[in-house]
Write a protein that binds this ligand. Structure first.
Ligand SMILES: [Zn+2]
Length: 213
């Protein structure tokens, strides 16, 4: 089993993998039978990723990670509920994962649906309206800060979800405060494969200020 990483080391590991993926140099690491056998005794993932369920955002592939590397939670629009918060806390507190990543993306259907509802007043049928209810506050927050484009809405939505997680989970907040856990929001660009960072708690990313906690 691997040593525990710092939040910063965990982020660098993902960003190196994403760079390989972008440049068509994916290493497809740690995906063989030896790795499989090694992990039968337990897991020590280096990051937990809450991503959109969109089929174009396969987490292990875009970060070029292997078996046992990332604890992944996916919901449409990377929205949270109690089950998602429970899974995040299981990863951070239960497994000692040092980094939470919230991963949105370009051309997100959930963001598009919320935008459509906001513009037209029409809600989607059935439980899909939960998507709209959970994404709309992010669009309003984006607009309040001058956001106009879908790209702006997607970035603000990732930011809002990351803020919400730190806000709602005392365990994750405590981890950020004592330096054992970082929380980073990123937006994946379908076009070139880059996961662009939009918000950070507890880890350093060039061009972004760490959010105060
Ligand atoms: Zn999406």
């Amino acid at each position: 089993m691997m040593d525990i990483m710092t939040p910063q080391e965990s982020l660098e590991k993902l960003r190196r993998g994403n760079a390989r993926f972008m440049e068509d140099r994916s290493a497809h690491p740690r995906q063989d039978s030896a790795r499989r056998e090694l992990l039968t005794s337990g897991q020590k993932p280096s990051a937990v990723v809450l991503a959109c369920s969109d089929s174009r955002v396969p987490v292990e592939i875009i970060f070029d990670q292997g078996i046992g590397d990332v604890f992944v939670i996916r919901t449409a629009g990377e929205i949270t509920d109690l089950s998602v918060l429970a899974s995040l806390e299981f990863a951070v507190t239960g497994l000692g994962v040092p980094l939470v990543v919230v991963l949105g993306h370009e051309s997100c259907g959930a963001v598009k649906a919320a935008h459509h509802a906001l513009e037209t007043g029409e809600l989607p049928p059935g439980f899909q309206r939960v998507l709209v209810e959970k994404v709309t506050p992010s669009l309003l927050a984006s607009r309040a800060h001058g956001g106009r484009t879908t790209d702006d809405f997607e970035r603000t939505h990732v930011e809002e979800i990351a803020n919400h997680i730190v806000d709602r989970s005392p365990q994750i907040l405590e981890g950020v405060r004592d330096g054992s856990c970082g929380v980073v929001g990123m937006r994946y660009r379908l076009s070139d494969g880059l996961t662009e960072p939009v918000v950070t708690y507890g880890v350093d990313i060039e061009g972004l200020d760490r959010q105060p906690v």
